[in-house]
Design a protein around this ligand. Structure first.
Ligand code: GDP
Length: 230
């Protein structure tokens, strides 16, 4: 159970945790898969998006947040069409937030043209989406920041889209390894102007950090949706 003093360092309050819990208990529905900026869903309310290297644990994290297998499992095999997947989250008929799943990057055998296609698609999306509140950049806690992560963060810097790092799979680290890894990642992230200073450490397998991440995300949702909360 998280106490108030645990939350303060993270800029959260107990009420935020409750808002996060409520929001992620609401329906989460697949809206659309978009392969180009021509077929993006029309602008709705606030939006957040999830980005990360292939295998970082993105599907597992979104499933842990929503408590169900929401995410379409998209393959990262070369040659597959890269898609942005849009989901709505919120009370029926009143979406509080759109969740967007970006295709994974940094696949070991990625071809140059595929990296270029990813960059073109993602840049066009980031540039055109005023309702985008934040990109959550997932980093595998065992590996830390890689060059491909910095490349993606540079895109956020250039497009002036705020991003926040979420460490995944912290259950795979020894307890003594987490604090230095967090410090190293915070230092790496500080090189980017678009970075949110707080790094959230999570484990989808064990549930660590999931309540805090839900709370952080709920702060970005449409506040009007919370009037449906009984
Ligand atoms: P994606 O490609 O980024 O969507 O990654 P997945 O969610 O498919 O996860 C990749 C692999 O990491 C799978 O084998 C997952 O079971 C594993 N994984 C994901 N999250 C965790 C976690 O929190 N802890 C552990 N131990 N394994 C995880």
């Amino acid at each position: 159970m998280l106490e108030q003093h645990d939350l303060e360092g993270k800029g959260l309050r107990t009420g935020d945790l409750e808002a996060g819990r409520w929001l992620f208990a609401q329906p989460c529905d697949f809206l659309r898969g978009s392969t180009s900026t021509e077929n993006l869903p029309p602008a709705g309310g606030p939006e957040i998006c999830f980005a990360g290297r292939s295998n970082v644990g993105k599907s597992s994290l979104v499933n842990a947040l929503t408590g169900r297998n929401t995410l379409a499992r998209t393959s990262n095999t070369p040659g597959r069409t890269q898609e942005l997947n849009f989901f709505t989250l919120g009370p029926k008929g009143y979406p509080a937030l759109t969740l967007v799943d970006l295709p994974g990057y940094g696949y070991a055998r990625e071809t140059r043209s595929r990296v270029e296609a990813w960059t073109k698609l993602v840049m066009a999306y980031l540039r055109g989406r005023v309702e985008l509140q934040r990109v959550l950049v997932l980093i595998d806690s065992r590996h830390g920041l890689k060059d491909s992560d910095h490349d993606v963060m540079k895109i956020m810097d250039e497009t002036a889209v705020s991003f926040q790092v979420v460490l995944t799979k912290i259950d795979k680290l020894k307890a003594s390894e987490l604090a230095p890894r967090l410090e190293e990642v915070r230092a790496g992230v500080r090189r980017h102007v678009a970075a949110h200073p707080t790094v959230i450490a999570t484990s989808s397998a064990k549930g660590d950090g999931i309540a805090e991440l839900r709370a952080e995300i709920a702060l970005l949702a449409d506040p009007a949706a919370f009037s449906y909360k009984s």
